[in-house]
Design a binder for this molecule. Structure first.
Ligand code: AMP
Length: 504
């Protein structure tokens, strides 16, 4: 196992700007840049001018391709209502089409249906069922759904239909569909899906992200791609350098908008969106609905319909068994060892261990490897090459233990992760939910172990709210902690706050 040297200069640069304490920012969306790429990189997008659109001069384009399938038309309203209620789908906004409960009702082209058929899935996920007709009808939409809910296909398949109805790309044209994503990992995953479903129709896609050589990305862009999946920083670079343009872009997706805002990408997103014609179709996805995300929706979307999937509060995937071990910091190593001995004797044993800091991630990886554990580490200071390599080793089971900071908690989609261990409790219950959501992907089950120490006491009642919502047994010591802090043990502040966000 040869370690590729890490690149501390990025973290140093981030620390100077006050991002050092938050490892999840490191190496994030702008690739090597992490959060807002300013300072030594200059003011991103400085040379991009806001476009003033004369709508009469712009070529017309179609965005409504939806024809309700007869099976959907025939379905009694009561059945539709029962479906939406049982799947916890709520819709806000006018003229939302009925959900489609079966794949054939979407009328996707045969080559798309063939790929779906190969997956052996039973039916569309709720976000697909309600998202597809909405997206196909050309409306702007917001989808509030957990990661792992099937949202990638919810926006990519309508994107394929949208593109097929547009004139062919000509020399010098930029992409028709742009997907903005917070991290390189998420962007790459989305592109894999785009490539898989676009292959038969010869739709080309490119993934544009920082921390990797620009040449190949530029070559792909210049060759002409219908779909571009990008993290904001690198895309701005290319737009400024005239390597691509958004004149043909009529289908815009903002994936994990809340995460992009968390990472400080708002100015970049605004610069990019300014380059896209205003009558485009815009689809925004988010796991939460705080006021900053709402503001973005108000600014970028027109008369949009909003779909919420899941209980109207922050909730964890119910297929995960959540076990919380209340202990002291000094006990963690011993407990981890015993836990791993048990886990590694299982047949399916792929495990992610989350730490709070990059340093702890490195230390733990070093110690575990010294003791012979098949473990590898990933965090924001690692080079892109090393991160890709580590993820592959993990994905294909060569190293079944991945030690990670929050960089890996969102977007990481390895199907057969069976265990998540929170060696350190994260900063918020939202992060907790995203971390444990790395297991139990697509209807599978998984187990999350969490070490919770007195230092995490102020998060006790939030965690209890998440556990209660998911009908999990609650460790009495955790209840005692919440009570000792004077909070109630019936629902955390975050749960309530998010619930309010979604209500309003
Ligand atoms: P996403 O939320 O897009 O990250 O998707 C999470 C996982 O769900 C991915 O591994 C998809 O392959 C899988 N998936 C997508 N659509 C379906 C479906 N209709 N039924 C079962 N699994 C699905």
């Amino acid at each position: 196992w040869v370690r590729v040297p890490t690149r501390p200069r990025y973290s140093a640069c981030l620390r100077k700007r006050g991002y050092g304490g938050a490892p999840r920012f490191g190496g994030g969306g702008g690739g090597s840049r992490g959060g807002p790429p300013q300072g030594k990189f200059g003011n991103p997008g400085e040379r991009l001018r806001k476009k003033h659109w004369n709508m009469d001069e712009l070529p017309k384009f179609e965005k409504n391709f939806y024809q309700e399938h007869p099976d959907v038309t025939r379905r009694p309203p009561q059945e539709v209502e029962n479906y939406l209620r049982s799947k916890e789908v709520t819709v806000k906004g006018r003229d939302c089409p009925k959900p489609m409960m079966k794949f054939h009702e979407a009328n996707f082209p045969n080559y798309v249906m063939d790929v779906i058929a190969k997956q052996g899935w039973a039916e569309p996920t709720p976000i697909q069922a309600q998202g597809w007709p909405l997206a196909l009808s050309g409306k702007d939409m917001v989808g509030i759904a957990q990661t792992g809910s099937g949202k990638t296909l919810a926006y990519l398949l309508p994107a394929i239909v949208h593109i097929q109805h547009q004139p062919f790309l000509e020399h010098g044209d930029g992409p028709i569909c742009l997907v903005l994503a917070p991290t390189r990992e998420l962007a790459q995953q989305v592109q894999q899906v785009a490539a898989e479903y676009g292959r038969a129709s010869r739709l080309k896609s490119v993934c544009v992200y920082g921390g990797a050589p620009k040449g190949p990305q530029i070559r792909d862009l210049e060759r002409g791609v219908e779909i571009c999946i990008a993290t904001p920083g690198r895309l701005i670079d290319f737009l400024e350098a005239g390597k691509t343009n958004l004149r043909r872009c009529t289908y815009l997706v903002l994936d994990e908008a809340d995460r992009m805002l968390d990472m400080g990408f708002e100015p970049q997103i605004r610069k990019i969106v300014d380059q896209i014609r205003p009558d485009r179709q815009t689809l925004m996805w988010s796991a939460t609905w705080p006021k900053e995300v709402r503001q973005l929706a108000e600014d970028f979307l027109k008369q949009y319909v909003q779909i919420n999937v899941g209980a109207l509060q922050l909730s964890a995937n119910h297929n995960i068994l959540q076990i919380v071990d209340v202990c002291n910091d000094g006990e963690k190593d011993d407990k981890l060892l015993r836990l791993l001995e048990e886990i590694m004797s299982e047949k399916e044993n792929k495990t992610i261990i989350f730490t709070e800091t990059k340093r702890r991630c490195d230390e733990l990886t070093r110690r575990m490897r010294r003791d012979g554990w098949p473990a590898m580490g990933i965090h924001g200071d690692k080079s892109q090459q090393e991160r890709d390599w580590v993820l592959n080793e993990f994905k294909y089971g060569k190293a079944p233990i991945l030690i990670a900071t929050d960089v890996a908690s969102r977007g990481l989609d390895v199907e057969d992760v069976k265990f998540v261990i929170n060696y350190d409790y994260p900063n918020s219950s939202e992060d907790y939910i995203h971390r444990i959501g790395r297991t139990a992907r697509s209807q599978k089950t998984g187990t999350a172990y969490t070490f919770f120490t007195p230092n995490n006491m102020k998060q006790a009642s939030d965690l209890i709210a998440v556990l209660r919502e998911a009908n999990q047994a609650i460790n009495p010591k955790l209840l005692q902690m919440a009570e000792a802090r004077g909070g109630n043990s019936y629902g955390g502040e975050t749960g309530t706050r998010l619930w309010l966000h979604l209500q309003t």
